[in-house]
Design a protein around this ligand. Structure first.
Ligand code: UDX
Ligand code: UDX
Length: 462
């Protein structure tokens, strides 16, 4: 059997590498339009940082795992074609700011229709609005060659930073479709390493909607605990204590109750906005407003964090040196899409702060690109004054110590483990007084920092 995947991103790359590792007899071909990305997949420095991924790729690459830009050839040769291209929020036209941009999905469907012969199973891996499979199916089946197609929805639930573990041992695999035979073919691949009882099958629309719903529920939990964190700060309660007390109720459960500076990542916001758009489309205004509040709450949390820094630093951060620890949207990934750090740093730059940023995995080019993007308007234009701020007020530091050297304050944006084991005394002695720390992840040893002389501010504690 031969399979291919269009889109060698954070989802397509690791997922296909895992299938290739687990099924040495299946040829897996991952293709992408982006030649630079493909070159990186073929090198020793993979474009995606995930603990354990290097080993998985090394084992299978060259054996039954291949990365290339030969999209047509890969489609033509494969029995199963996964579509894992990005579906960003539309920035223009109808549904701008909410609806998913399905341009890439549709182009993939047309390309598949054009080059296919015989029978093929098309698998939607990308998260898509409900009933996209129908459109994909119509495009495929309107091709005038002899090819026939089954369309399946098989959303990916892996989380970045734990992708390899999530792929080896997922809570479930979800396959939606109409053809029992096609479903069984795909299920048979996963069943090589995943117990059958974890492979759920549904109709197409349920599968598409389940993915949006799962992300909406997860984001809602984070927004819920973050909402309570604001109340904790006002009342003297401790949000981590509240989370523990609440999470021990077995009906609620302990996971995903970590208050933070706000959730990030490529999925949560995009998928909720997509859900909101769908609800509005079907005239369900109250349902749309309900879910939209999850995103508003997250915006509030990010804004609040920056405001707290400014207020605490005597109402001005102009020309003040602030160390930013962490840029990725969570630890153990090099992905910074929608990272809270971007929003907070943009707000601090607007106040003319001088930022010294360090992240163990996100490099200077990406950080500057993220900042430019955060200031740019819908057409990508950035005001020269904002560009000047990014050029002159942002320095990328080589480590936490270098970032904090001579600083007025430190802001922790990502929960990287290395931030927990630093020489706190040395950092303090190289900072200005009073030395402030704003821990946006509640990971630092509060007692230690206080004993050494820091004024430490955390999320959800007064
Ligand atoms: C993406 C979506 O964001 C997510 O909703 C979905 O569930 C899976 O796919 P991710 O893998 O993180 O997630 O996206 P990204 O890292 O941007 O990778 C997509 C890749 O598709 C890019 O490398 C891009 O170059 C490629 N692509 C896009 C194509 O090869 N062809 C296209 O037409 C469009
Ligand atoms: C998410 C879903 O978990 C995954 O199932 C789906 O396939 C893609 O979207 P991901 O965005 O990679 O995965 O990471 P996740 O662990 O869900 O974290 C998302 C954001 O929420 C991060 O910024 C994280 O720091 C934040 N978060 C998570 C919190 O602030 N508190 C928590 O308790 C959990």
């Amino acid at each position: 059997m031969k399979i291919c995947c269009i889109g060698a991103g954070y989802v397509g790359g690791p997922t296909m590498a895992m299938i290739a590792k687990q099924c040495p007899d299946i040829q897996v071909h991952v293709v992408d339009l982006n030649a630079k990305r493909i070159a990186a997949w073929n090198s020793d420095t993979l474009p995606v940082y995930e603990p354990g991924l290097d080993e998985v790729v090394r084992e299978a690459r060259g054996r039954n795992l291949q990365f290339s830009t030969s999209v047509d050839e890969a489609i033509a040769a494969s029995d199963i074609i996964f579509i894992s291209v990005n579906t960003p929020t539309k920035t223009f036209g109808m549904g701008a700011g909410r609806a998913a941009n399905l341009e890439f999905i549709e182009k993939c469907a047309r390309q598949i229709a054009r080059v296919s012969h015989g029978h093929k199973i098309i698998v939607e891996k990308s998260t898509l609005p409900v009933r996209t499979a129908e459109a994909v199916g119509r495009i495929l089946n309107s091709s005038d060659n002899e090819a026939t197609f089954d369309v399946l929805s098989n959303p990916e639930f892996l989380a970045e930073g734990t992708a390899v573990q999530d792929l080896i041992n997922p809570d479930r695999v979800l396959i939606g479709g109409e053809s029992a035979q096609a479903i069984e073919t795909l299920a048979g691949i996963y069943a090589r390493w995943i117990p059958r009882e974890k492979i759920l099958t549904t109709n197409l629309w349920s599968s598409e909607l389940s993915k949006l719903t799962a992300n909406a529920f997860l984001a809602q939990r984070v927004s819920s605990i973050n909402a309570i964190s604001a109340l904790c700060e006002a009342t003297g309660a401790d949000v981590d204590e509240v989370a523990r007390a609440v999470g021990t109720d077995s009906r609620i459960g302990p996971k995903f109750l970590k208050a933070s500076v706000g959730y990030g990542g490529s999925c949560f916001q995009k998928d909720i906005l997509n859900l909101v758009y769908l609800c509005e489309h079907f005239g369900l205004r109250e349902v749309a407003a309900y879910w939209e509040q999850v995103v508003s709450m997250n915006d509030f949390q990010k804004r609040r964090f920056g405001e707290r820094i400014v207020k605490t630093l005597f109402n001005t951060v102009s020309d003040k040196h602030i160390a930013i620890w962490g840029w990725a949207f969570k630890k153990d990934t090099n992905d910074s899409r929608e990272s809270a750090a971007i929003h907070v740093c943009r707000d601090l730059l607007r106040e003319h702060a001088r930022l010294f940023i360090y992240d163990p995995r996100v490099g200077e080019v990406q950080i500057r690109e993220d900042l430019v993007h955060s200031f740019a308007d819908a057409s990508g234009h950035i005001h020269p004054a904002h560009q000047k701020l990014i050029d002159e007020n942002v320095t990328i530091a080589r480590d936490c110590h270098a970032a904090a050297d001579g600083a007025h304050a430190i802001a922790v944006m990502t929960e990287w483990d290395e931030f927990k084991n630093l020489d706190v005394g040395k950092i303090y002695s190289n900072m200005l007084r009073p030395a402030f720390v704003f821990d946006g992840r509640n990971i630092l040893d509060r007692k230690l920092y206080r004993e050494i002389g820091f004024e430490i501010h955390t999320i959800g504690r007064s």
